[in-house]
Design a protein around this ligand. Structure first.
Ligand SMILES: [Zn+2]
Length: 229
């Protein structure tokens, strides 16, 4: 049996699966993979600055102008999001995503949004939540004049400890861990594998990853793989 067939059988037969997903999962929904060349960052300033807390505070207009380009409110979940949501009807499925596009939520999954969500906005002055449609019109809160921001983890900001803890639990309790559509290089997300306890690991990505320990590497477009599940 090849690695691919082995991976499909493992996913079909396991009672408890945790998916760790990244930008590659949303490409087929029309959302560019912003960390790879040719993505939305090309020709612009460093994304590490444009998506940083410093930029938000010191050059809010630049931050706002950039962040607005990351919104794709009409994007729909693709076969990868849909299959993960379907599996949850008869298996214990957890999803931890680095994506901030909310497509797993849209597909009906319970998901741990490790880096927050673009579609959850609030006013930094009064703390009230603000509709995304309002934020996309202006980053100034009409009710108090404060600045609105999305609830995503920016560079220089730390992650919420409850979210880290629930992601660690999702990894520790899984029989099978499936890493999908991510180069798995962004810390601390990439550190989550340290918490696995004897689970088998499958990677589905269009480029091979080099991780420590044993895993099945399925080097192909994740949409093709998930279509067959
Ligand atoms: Zn306000």
């Amino acid at each position: 049996m090849g690695q691919r067939e082995e991976a499909i059988q493992l996913i079909r037969s396991s009672q408890s699966i945790t998916f760790l997903t990244g930008a590659g999962v949303s490409v087929a929904s029309g959302i560019p993979d912003y960390r790879s060349m040719g993505g939305v960052y090309e020709g612009l300033e460093e994304p590490e600055y444009l998506l940083s807390h410093s930029c938000l505070v010191e050059e809010p207009q630049k931050f706002y102008g950039f962040v607005k380009q990351l919104y794709h409110p009409s994007a729909e979940p693709n076969v990868i999001h849909q299959k993960m949501a379907e599996l949850a009807s008869h298996q214990r499925i957890k999803i931890v995503t680095q994506n901030i596009d909310q497509l797993h939520d849209k597909a009906g999954s319970q998901v741990i949004n490790f880096h927050g969500s673009l579609y959850d906005c609030y006013c930094m002055k009064c703390g009230r939540s603000v509709a995304v449609t309002d934020y996309l019109k202006s980053d100034c809160h009409s009710e108090c004049g404060g600045r609105i921001r999305p609830n995503v983890v920016l560079y220089e900001e730390s992650l919420n400890s409850d979210i880290i803890e629930s992601a660690i639990q999702a990894v520790a309790k899984a029989e099978v861990l499936v890493i999908v559509g991510t180069s798995f290089k962004v810390y601390p997300f990439s550190d989550l594998l340290r918490f696995k306890r004897g689970s088998q690991v499958i990677v589905v990505n269009n480029e091979a990853l080099s991780l420590s320990g044993d895993y099945l590497m399925i080097t192909e477009d994740a949409t093709h793989f998930f279509e067959e599940l």
